[in-house]
Design a protein around this ligand. Structure first.
Ligand SMILES: [Zn+2]
Length: 413
């Protein structure tokens, strides 16, 4: 926190004091935290980070708030899993899966929530709130409970039961809105102007978004302080993708990477909600809002706030984008589980299906070191794979019945 200089508009560059504000008064562009990288370079080292907590807060020098134990549930520093069996099936070489399903509420949203609510407490807020497609709802409700804050979580009414139950259980207020995420988000923007609450992804969004950079920091540290050649990141608002890219660049800026990385960044969307991939495929600069219709509900943002920045990042780094069907998403969830023992939610299916597609198209190459970001756990979206999850056999509790189902001469003993 000592290293935050202020806030800066990403469009016009106008500067602001640190405050719970998120858009430029001048041009309505989004605000971003600016850091004193020279001071950070003097303060950080690989050794200092290695001696830090085994959570995302080991990178506190690069974050816009200090760790607050009242909020911290231990998010981050999740496994980077070498995925040789998946790589072999996809015809790729060195492939890694960043397994963010094992966070406290089983998605990467714990990272952004941890930063946002630590900052919200610094600002003196008493109520935590958010607009959510599900995962953020879980994270905000849980972190608010841990911190003893009241919470108001706003979700679309058609959300998966797994995400409603795993939010409501924390005891805050869960408000289901008769409308899609974009409608929920609009209502929350109005509420944020009326109530003195910390809407983590509205009025505290500037700080919240910074938490996603820890995914890049961890990846580089876990690769022995090297950057990957190519990353695949799911796109909802587009913030995660742009922040992961920024995170790698910052590591070189503060001397934690030896040379400026050249990470190619590819984005993953579901066909039923693919405004960014659509613009890419149409070679257009205009991101046309869509009405989402896909099983990947955590990515169902039809009017992505950072869509243009995500598209730009993909173009600048020479990555690619794909829009994958619901069937490809389910197939990819099963593929990842079968080859690597990682059960991802539908958004993870979107990432792996995109990885597969871009590998087939030659955009992702076998000579590249690739990292795929799997951001949420499969238990959150069981409905999507319920048809693929039957017992291999149902038998009587006898040896004979087992032998009949699995003849000894046909199965290894
Ligand atoms: Zn501006």
């Amino acid at each position: 926190m000592a290293y935050v200089q202020g806030l800066r508009c990403r469009e016009c560059g106008r500067e602001y004091e640190v405050a719970p504000v998120f858009t430029c008064e001048w041009c309505f562009g989004p605000l971003e935290v600016s850091y004193d990288y020279d001071a950070i370079r003097g303060a950080v080292s690989r050794e200092k980070i290695a001696a830090g907590p085994l959570t995302m807060w080991r990178y506190a020098d690069l974050l816009p708030s200090d760790r607050n134990p009242a909020v911290d549930l231990g998010a981050g520093f999740t496994p980077l899993v070498r995925a040789d069996r998946l790589a072999a099936e996809l015809g790729l070489g060195e492939l890694w899966v960043k397994n963010d399903t094992v966070n406290p509420t089983n998605s990467f949203k714990d990272r952004v929530t941890s930063v946002a609510l630590a900052k919200a407490l610094e600002f003196g807020f008493k109520v935590a709130a958010c607009a959510s497609t599900g995962n953020l709802a879980n994270a905000v409700a849980a972190h608010a409970a841990h911190a003893g804050l009241k919470s108001f979580v706003f979700i679309p009414a058609d959300l998966e039961q797994g995400k409603v139950v795993t939010t409501a259980v924390y005891g805050g207020n869960v408000v289901a809105i008769d409308g899609n995420y974009d409608a929920v988000n609009r209502l929350c923007a109005e509420l944020a102007g009326t109530y003195p609450w910390a809407f983590v992804n509205v009025n505290v969004r500037t700080f919240y978004a910074e938490g996603s950079r820890t995914l890049a920091f961890e990846t580089a540290e876990q690769l022995g302080w090297e950057a990957p050649d190519h990353v695949v990141v799911p796109i909802a608002s587009g913030s995660l993708l742009t922040k992961i890219r920024k995170g790698f660049d910052e590591l070189a800026e503060v001397g934690l990477l030896d040379e400026p990385p050249a990470v190619r960044v590819s984005g993953a969307q579901a066909e039923g909600c693919s405004p960014v991939a659509r613009a890419w495929l149409d070679q257009s600069d205009t991101i046309k809002p869509v009405k989402p219709s896909t099983i990947a509900k955590s990515l169902s943002i039809g009017n992505p706030a950072d869509g243009y920045f995500a598209l730009d990042a993909v173009r600048e780094t020479g990555g690619g984008l794909a829009a994958v069907s619901d069937e490809e998403i389910v197939d990819a969830m099963v593929l990842l589980a079968r080859t690597e023992g990682i059960f991802a939610e539908t958004a993870g299916g979107v990432t792996i299906a995109t990885l597969k597609r871009l590998a087939e198209e030659g955009v992702i190459r076998p000579d590249e070191r690739v990292v795929a970001y799997v951001t949420g756990h499969g238990l959150k979206t069981l409905d999507a794979v319920v048809d693929r999850g039957h017992p291999t056999a149902v038998i009587a509790p006898t040896l004979d019945a087992f032998h009949e189902a699995f003849p000894p001469d046909r199965f290894e003993q």
